[in-house]
Design a protein around this ligand. Structure first.
Ligand code: NAD
Length: 505
């Protein structure tokens, strides 16, 4: 494994050329090799749980419970799921076919793309890098990963630990920041998977276009929450506050702002005051369960947002630059034109924008960029149906926040400004797999006879025959027709032999 440590500058074009050589050697394709890498990765997670928890504590002052639930165990469970389903996922698919192909084999092979670049973000520095990496390895690719330079301890953990467990030729870590990313993006990759902000996402996309490289862009944006007055307010407030204040709001799927009526806003704030006190105590800065802001730049950005909304703070609003601490903060009576409503907040500030009803919420959401997630809290089926049908977002969760991430069968990704493509569970494997279609024919005379009406000289009769064969019909799948025909033939022959023997007697 090559890495770009500060002591040892590396030649990125050379590294990527070597990565292509490794892929071309065929080393990463055998299923046994892939499985072995995944098993080694699982061993790495299990043997280094404490080191991972420590690295997250250093970078974000992440507490043990959030480190385990949101990164360590999340990675382990995803990998176990991949290993459990590996044989099934890697098998070529045999889709249904038309009558004209009844004697042919119709197959979709799962081909690895080749050399994959994965660029990670700092907010979940292990999960966002290693989860797609596992999918790319399972799919048989060579993987080049670049951890975020902002989560230094996690980047260091990856650089030091991964080489001890994985094949160094096929899993390559490149350390660094924008400079190294820029150099990486000048190289030709077969797939690029990027997680981070929308602006850099556009740079990555532009670089990929030059080589027509397919991409997944896992971006961010402002994820709204709509609440109506039909809900259990205490549970609603708990679910929203938890989703907002894990990792102190530095979560791409954190609720960014709330849309609700004034009446709901009032109840929300009352419950929130008590719940936050219960969770984090009188002085939240002393709570061991609240993370810190990743760096001074992000701290100043968030501090400026609070300063610009001072008159709207109803809970929290306190910060301490020395400690990069910002108290869980709620703003009420925010308007669409307030500064806090411009960009993704990505910190522990939760604005509430009063609106009249669900119809207005839909209009509000649709007047902005498409969010990564849309949260709706309502027990009114009409309301939720209306919002589901009349808005566009990467995903949705109704009556909870963040928990959708725990459902491995739900692909995770954005749409429009919040990204393109998705992963998690089988979707991770599929993302890094080119679905190669293949029709396999044979030289049996019956097949040739069936299809020979395609040859010139053309005639109306031939056209009629071939269009009848190709016509799409609603009916039972033809997948088992060859077996049925063989069975029918067997029955026919047996009956013939039986009848013939009878005649002979
Ligand atoms: P970022 O865009 O600053 O950085 C992400 C990665 O891009 C880092 O590895 C960084 O080194 C690299 N990078 C930075 N500048 C670059 C440049 N000019 N050219 C090429 N690469 C460059 O993002 P961030 O601050 O690390 O992450 C925060 C954003 O990411 C938020 O908007 C958040 O919503 C989003 N995010 C999305 C997801 C998701 O899964 N959809 C997950 C986490 C974060």
């Amino acid at each position: 494994m090559l890495s770009n440590t500060k002591q040892k500058p590396v030649n990125i074009p050379e590294i990527i050329q070597e990565a292509h050589n490794t892929f071309n050697s065929g080393k990463t394709k055998p299923l046994e090799w892939r499985k072995k890498q995944l098993q080694n990765l699982l061993r790495m997670y299990e043997e280094n749980k404490n080191a991972m928890i420590d690295a997250l504590a250093k970078d974000l002052r992440r507490c043990k419970m959030e480190a385990i639930l949101l990164e360590v165990d999340y990675l382990i469970n995803d990998l176990i799921n991949t290993l459990n389903n590996f044989d099934e996922w890697t098998k070529p698919e045999r889709p249904s076919k038309a009558i004209i192909n009844v004697l042919d084999d119709v197959v979709i092979y799962n081909d690895p793309y080749g050399v994959v670049l994965i660029i990670g973000a700092w907010n979940y520095p292990l999960q966002l890098l290693l989860l797609p990496m596992a999918g790319a390895i399972a799919a048989g690719n060579v993987v080049v990963i670049k951890p975020s330079e902002l989560a230094e301890a996690c980047a260091q953990f990856i650089v030091e630990t991964l080489p001890k467990y994985l094949d160094n030729d096929a899993v390559i870590v490149v350390e660094g920041g924008p400079e190294e990313s820029t150099e990486l993006l000048k190289q030709k990759f077969d797939y690029i998977f990027y997680t981070g902000g929308t602006n850099v996402g556009k740079i990555v996309y532009a670089a990929a276009v030059k080589n027509l490289t397919p991409v997944t862009l896992e971006l961010g944006g402002k994820s709204p929450v709509y609440i109506d007055n039909s809900v259990d307010m205490e549970i609603t407030v708990k679910r929203i506050l938890w989703g907002k204040f894990i990792n102190v709001g530095q979560t791409c799927i954190a609720p960014d702002y709330i849309l609700c009526s004034k009446e709901v806003q009032e109840k929300f704030v009352e419950f929130a005051k008590n719940i936050l006190k219960e969770w984090y105590g009188e002085d939240p800065q002393k709570s061991p369960d609240l993370c810190r802001i990743i760096n001074n730049r992000h701290f100043s950005r968030l501090q400026a947002l609070i300063d610009a909304s001072k008159d709207k703070v109803v809970i929290g609003g306190r910060y301490d630059a020395q400690d990069r601490f910002i108290a869980p903060t709620i703003l009420a009576n925010v308007t669409a034109s307030d500064k806090i409503m411009e960009d993704e907040i990505f910190g522990p500030i939760l604005p509430i924008v009063p609106i009249e009803n669900a119809y207005e919420a839909i209009k509000f959401i649709n007047s902005r960029e498409k969010p990564l997630v849309l949260y709706v809290f309502s027990t009114n089926k009409e309301v939720t149906k209306n919002i589901v049908e009349n808005t566009s977002s990467g995903g949705m969760c109704i009556n909870d926040t963040v928990m959708q991430m725990g459902v491995e069968t739900l692909p995770f990704g954005g749409v429009g400004n919040s990204g393109m493509g998705a992963y998690h569970g089988k979707k991770s494997f599929d993302t890094f797999t080119h679905k190669k279609s293949c029709l396999i024919r044979n030289f049996a005379s019956i097949g040739e006879k069936l299809a020979s009406s395609r040859y010139p000289p053309y005639s109306d009769g031939k056209l009629k025959f071939i269009t009848t064969l190709m016509k799409k019909r609603n009916g039972p799948s033809l997948k088992y027709l060859p077996y049925l025909l063989t069975f029918a033939l067997g029955v026919g022959i047996s009956y013939g032999i039986f009848a013939w023997q009878k005649v002979k007697k």
